[in-house]
Design a protein around this ligand. Structure first.
Ligand SMILES: [Mn+2]
Length: 438
């Protein structure tokens, strides 16, 4: 069987001058899979950029899923097993099996949009569940776990404890950070390392990390398809093209297909020492002039990170970058990130501005501040903060109160610590229950 592996479409991601990139790229990925006549398409999370996608992102998803649905006239049976319960799906065309990512997860008190697309017959959605697909005597079992908060990922994976089935090609599909694969300067966190990934699976596919990668070690075969669109403009994304993988389950041959005519992305880090603002502007200008002397079929993305120090008396606020950006705006989408050695005062705002750069919502910002503040108290994971926060965010005060009261009683009755997380997990979440996430 041949299976297409793709991830992180981020439909609904919008940035000036490239509003359609997310849609166009995701569409191209599915079109390529159809052209390759694959038997199955797996999407490992973050189909949507927002947890509540707007109508245009929903329409885009319908258009893309419809391509796969109409690619073949036959219908295929996919059996989903969750908590021991079986449910049969009859999917038209090329079946799509997906998990949620961190972007579209709404907490377990709410229906997420992948559930909606499952009900509409477009996909089979897995979260701590497996899907079984059989064709011409070959059996494929996809064990899927949607994105969970990074700190709990290792515990949740161990609690779920997926087991490969015999006489089948077993795929484990996740959406988490992995310690080994994070660049050291990255602000993302991870509690899972490759060693924590369970053994016995023929293939592990992981979303979330936006730069594609393949690892084969200690009997583990890990494929990270990467995103189909550039969102945060990370350095590693400049080195690798966007696309999808196709795996042949018989031969294990793995092919990466690049999306045609994708927007180029260039990342530069320029270091300065006691430079004047004029020197900085001159160097950036020279770099851009040279790079953009070539022609590109789509305006390239250029990110320039400025680091080091400015000479005494200069401040990065005085860098005259607007005129410079104006000069090149017809040729490229340029963003310049000045990160010169900060004064103490500015450091205090560094976290806030980083979050703004990531375009986190105010809600997410509030949640992280709350989590950070609680971590400094003796709160000790007394309740699921994220869940309570979601409920309050949605005005379900009564339900939040009930949960807090329940927890209070539980704490009185039993020992708060459960021994169901293994010690080698870096996370401290010993009180994690699978039902808190699934
Ligand atoms: Mn993503």
């Amino acid at each position: 069987m041949r299976i297409a592996l793709m991830s992180d479409f981020h439909l609904g991601f919008v940035q000036a001058e490239r509003e359609n990139d997310a849609f166009e790229n995701a569409k191209k990925a599915v079109e390529l899979a159809i052209k390759e006549n694959v038997d199955l398409i797996l999407i490992s999370g973050d189909i949507f950029h927002e947890e509540v996608p707007d109508a245009s992102a929903l329409l885009q998803a319908i258009e893309i899923f419809s391509l796969a649905k109409n690619a073949k006239s036959e219908k295929t049976k996919v059996v989903k097993v969750k908590n021991g319960e079986k449910r049969e799906f009859l999917l038209a065309g090329i079946p799509i099996i997906a998990i949620h990512g961190t972007h579209e997860f709404r907490g377990r008190d709410y229906i997420n949009y992948l559930q909606l697309f499952e009900s509409a017959g477009f996909i089979v959605y897995l979260h701590a569940a497996k899907a079984i697909y059989e064709k011409q005597g070959e059996k494929i079992v996809i064990h899927g776990l949607g994105g969970v908060p990074e700190k709990k990922a290792c515990d949740v994976l161990k609690l779920w404890n997926p087991k490969p089935e015999s006489n089948a090609f077993n795929i484990l599909m996740l959406h988490q950070s992995l310690k080994e694969l994070l660049p050291f300067e990255d602000e993302m966190v991870a509690s899972l390392s490759i060693a924590d990934l369970p053994e016995g699976f023929d293939l592990i596919v992981n979303g979330h990390l936006h730069w594609q990668n393949v690892f084969k070690e200690n009997n583990k075969f890990l494929v990270i398809p990467g995103s189909t669109v550039i969102t945060q403009m990370k350095r590693l994304e400049a080195k690798k093209a966007k696309g999808l993988y196709i795996i042949d389950t018989k031969t294990l041959a793995l092919n990466f297909l690049e999306l045609p005519e994708q927007r180029k992305f260039f990342y530069y880090k320029l270091e300065f020492e006691n430079a004047s603002c004029e020197e900085v502007v001159k160097r950036v200008s020279e770099l851009l002039s040279e790079l953009l002397s070539k022609d590109f079929n789509k305006k390239p993305l250029v990110k320039i990170k400025l680091t080091g120090s400015l000479a005494k008396g200069y401040s990065q606020e005085n860098l005259e970058l607007e005129t410079l950006l104006e000069k090149f705006k017809e040729k490229a989408i340029v963003s310049i990130d000045a990160d010169f050695v900060h004064e103490q005062f500015e450091k205090k705002f560094a976290m806030l501005s980083d979050m703004q750069k990531e375009k986190k919502s105010l809600i997410e910002l509030g949640f992280e501040l709350l989590e950070k503040n609680l971590a400094e108290t003796n709160f000790n994971n007394a309740f699921d903060i994220r869940r309570i926060f979601r409920l309050l965010e949605n005005g379900d005060v009564e339900r939040a109160r009930e949960l807090l009261m329940e927890r209070k009683q539980v704490n009185k009755k039993e020992e708060p610590i459960k021994e169901n997380a293994e010690e080698k997990c870096a996370s401290t979440g010993k009180k994690v229950k699978l039902s808190d996430f699934v």
